[in-house]
Design a binder for this molecule. Structure first.
Ligand code: 5RP
Length: 221
């Protein structure tokens, strides 16, 4: 079985009846959502909070009842993917462009599970460029400000045009290479006018489900 499927399905074992569940975005989270759909069809009662329009569509196709985030105070458990993780379970997210909704959902979550296969493991974050969601207005100014923090920032494109997020913003992918002080960097990024949110999810994950070199499931708590 594909490691993304194994860890995605493994994470659903932590869902209990009656929970409000944050539904992550991306190809790994997709496996968790499909499994949740199966569990719902078998009688599990939950309410899902999607982290992107794509996830909302998939969850509805799977028959998972959804609740509007505006009506939610707390989310019991969220399962989401990541683009890179370190041994302290700090992660970079936003490769799929859903980082803002993902971070809002994560911030409301009591127990946050990250699912990421071993290819995303790193001793120090920075192999993966940090996605930063910025307003389309004056995005070039935001890019210059971000580059002053020591990265090369590239506007994300799709079909030769700027990629537009679910929130009608742009993404700047910021290549830092080695992020020695992620907490400081996250604060400095978010201080820039025009920045909406950054893809550094620090001290948020309660559990990280990954795989080892042999493809066995590995759980970091
Ligand atoms: C989307 C994300 C995804 O969780 C992240 O990109 C991982 O995706 P995948 O599981 O497809 O590798 O943060 O914004």
């Amino acid at each position: 079985m594909n490691p993304k499927q194994i860890i995605g399905e493994k994470a659903t074992g932590y869902i209990k009846n009656g929970m409000t569940v944050g539904l992550g975005s991306g190809s790994t989270a997709c496996w968790a959502i499909k499994k949740i759909g199966q569990l719902v069809r078998e009688g599990l009662i939950i309410k899902g909070v999607p982290t992107s329009k794509n996830t909302e569509k998939l969850a509805l196709e799977e028959g998972i009842p959804l609740v509007n985030i505006a009506e939610v105070d707390r989310i019991d458990l969220t399962i989401d993917g990541a683009d890179e993780f370190d041994p302290a379970k700090n992660v970079i997210k936003g490769g799929g462009g859903a980082l803002l909704r993902e971070k809002i959902v994560a911030s409301l979550t009591d127990y946050y599970i990250i699912i990421a296969d071993s290819s995303k493991s790193s001793e120090i974050l920075g192999n993966y460029p940090v996605p930063v969601e910025v307003t389309p207005f004056a995005w070039e100014v935001s890019r210059r400000q971000l580059e002053k923090l020591g990265c090369k920032a590239t506007i994300r494109e799709e079909n030769d045009k700027a990629f537009v997020t679910d929130n009608q913003n742009y993404i700047l992918d910021c290549r830092f290479v080695r992020i020695e002080k992620p907490e400081q960097l996250a604060v400095e990024i978010n201080r820039i006018p025009g920045v909406v949110e950054n893809g550094l999810f620090l001290n948020m994950a309660d559990m990280l489900i990954t795989t080892d070199e042999k493809g066995e499931v590995l759980i970091l708590e």
